[in-house]
Design a protein. Structure first.
Ligand SMILES: [Zn+2]
Length: 509
């Protein structure tokens, strides 16, 4: 495994830097940060100066009925600008102080931002490393280093992105503050709920590790940090009560009741780094590919159950949602760059996909991903194709669901998982998939056992378009999805005896 020290960013840069001089709004005293700073007894301290940071997008999963969905644009400070040179400390960016449209071309988690003169409002005076808010001062220069949208997206070791394939070493940081506790689960139980690692209890049947392994056919595997011999840290960590099965207990010397969850996350990661760097040899927190913070409900979550960097390494979970498989896979999906899956006008409402609003059970329901997301992960790439429908000869394909694909119960070259169609009238593409309720997708109820049509593109919200079925072959009734440039239908080819459905696609004359 690679060890991240200071990222060597310039090797990746290919786009010129862009300079902007701020002329936008100064910090408003009415601003209340929902994520970093604010909250019980936390006052802002202020300092001014040059800062450099990595731009981050944070996506919350809202659970409280009146809570307003709000993505947060944040920035992870380079360590030389944080006291004690601790890395990973994240601040909200006060976006009204930046020029209009400043963030439109930003590639989150890879773009660097340098501000010649910033007002840094630090949360929790006297309590270090809580983050806060960064404001671009009037007349100051903001410089973006764009590293290229989509360029080398999954590869470069200097990019803090979670991988979509291979092993992802995941460390669970289990916060132990002064005044509250993660009362739903012990650290040992949480290892079972995330990785299925049972100690003195029955093995958790469905968890983030097992679900993603099944949906991906073994292509993406969450492994507990320092828990296997393949990791450089495994030899020097004595699996003990403070760090076992990928879960690290992290005492933090502060109260967290009413404190913004982002500030608490910063405290937890800062304390975790101190613990890990005190080991011999030292362990770098950011050498793990994903970091899951579990924090008591008593912190201020602003109505969210959890949130994650999109894309990125970090997620944070309210204790009472941390053990629920659907929430885990939803947030880890954000870490690998997946946006939400919507239906109609509701961004969360495609329930054929865990990037919709997940259900909140411990072990389910077991659902994989819709066509757009399934294409984006690349897991099924060898059995998925781009189709250009003809107006004369229909394109036909036998579709199988994720379950049969993941167990190899199909004929390669004959069966397909995702069909993608370009419609020249829209920038997104149509994705056609058989939403078979079986195996890791057995819990699906939305568009169950139907052929789904999803409109989407990488790094965008996808939108459910249609669910085709059931088929009445006797009555010669085949459901059809029509768009200007093509029409698609489906019909049963072998009455589901091998779980495949034949679809045909034809462009309109
Ligand atoms: Zn989400």
């Amino acid at each position: 495994m690679h060890v991240l020290t200071k990222p060597s960013l310039f090797a990746l840069a290919f786009a010129p830097s862009c300079n902007f001089v701020a002329s936008a709004q100064p910090f408003s005293s009415s601003f209340s940060s929902s994520m970093f700073g604010g909250g019980n007894g936390v006052n802002f301290a202020e300092r001014e100066g040059r800062v450099k940071c990595r731009v981050i997008l944070i996506e919350p999963l809202m659970v409280e009925p009146d809570a307003k969905e709000r993505s947060t644009v944040a920035c992870m400070l380079y360590p030389e600008y944080e006291g004690d040179s601790i890395s990973g400390i994240t601040y909200e960016l006060y976006t009204p102080s930046f020029p209009h449209g400043f963030f439109e071309d930003v590639d989150y988690s890879t773009t660097d931002l340098t501000i010649s003169a910033a007002l840094v409002k630090t949360a929790g005076a006297g309590r270090e490393h809580g983050g806060g808010v960064i404001v671009l001062k009037n007349g100051a220069t903001a410089t973006k280093e764009l590293h290229g949208k989509g360029m080398g997206l999954r590869g470069g070791s200097s990019r803090r992105l979670a991988p979509t394939v291979g092993n992802s070493s995941l460390i669970v940081l289990y916060a132990v503050p002064l005044d509250a506790s993660n009362s739903d689960r012990t650290p040992t139980q949480l290892a079972n709920d995330v990785f299925g690692m049972a100690v003195n209890e029955t093995q958790d049947p469905v968890n983030a590790r097992s679900q993603v392994l099944s949906c991906s056919g073994g292509k993406l595997s969450y492994i507990p940090a320092c828990g296997t011999s393949g990791q450089s840290c495994s030899s020097n960590v004595n699996q003990s009560i403070w760090f076992k099965n990928g879960v690290l207990r992290v005492p933090i010397p502060y109260n967290v009741t009413g404190i913004a969850s982002g500030t608490v996350k910063n405290w937890v990661e800062a304390e975790a780094q101190k613990i890990l760097q005190a080991q011999t040899p030292q362990i770098n927190l950011y050498s793990f590919t994903q970091i899951m913070n579990v924090i008591p409900d008593e912190a201020d979550w602003g109505g969210a159950a959890a949130w994650a960097y999109l894309p990125g390494q970090t997620s944070a979970f309210r204790n009472s949602y941390s053990w629920r498989m659907g929430v885990q896979v939803h947030e880890f999906g954000h870490n690998i760059g997946l946006h939400h899956s919507g239906n109609g006008t509701a961004e969360y409402a495609d329930h054929s996909c865990l990037l919709g609003n997940p259900s909140y059970e411990d072990d389910g329901p077991e659902i994989c991903f819709n066509g757009a997301k399934s294409w984006e992960t690349g897991w099924y790439a060898t059995d998925s194709v781009d189709v250009v429908p003809s107006s004369t000869v229909p394109f036909t394909a036998d579709l199988i669901g994720a379950a049969d694909w993941s167990t190899g119960t199909y004929t390669p070259g004959s069966h397909r998982v995702v069909l993608r169609i370009t419609d020249s009238t829209v920038t997104q593409k149509y994705h056609i998939m058989y939403n078979r309720a079986k195996g890791p997708n057995a819990g699906v109820t939305f568009a169950k056992d139907k052929v789904t049509v999803t409109l989407g593109a990488p790094q965008q919200v996808s939108w459910h378009q249609a669910a085709l079925g059931p088929v009445n072959a006797a009555g010669n009734v085949y459901p059809v999805f029509r768009k200007e440039k093509f029409n698609g239908g489906n019909k049963v080819s072998k009455a589901c005896e091998n779980d495949s459905l034949q679809v045909f696609l034809q462009s309109l004359p």
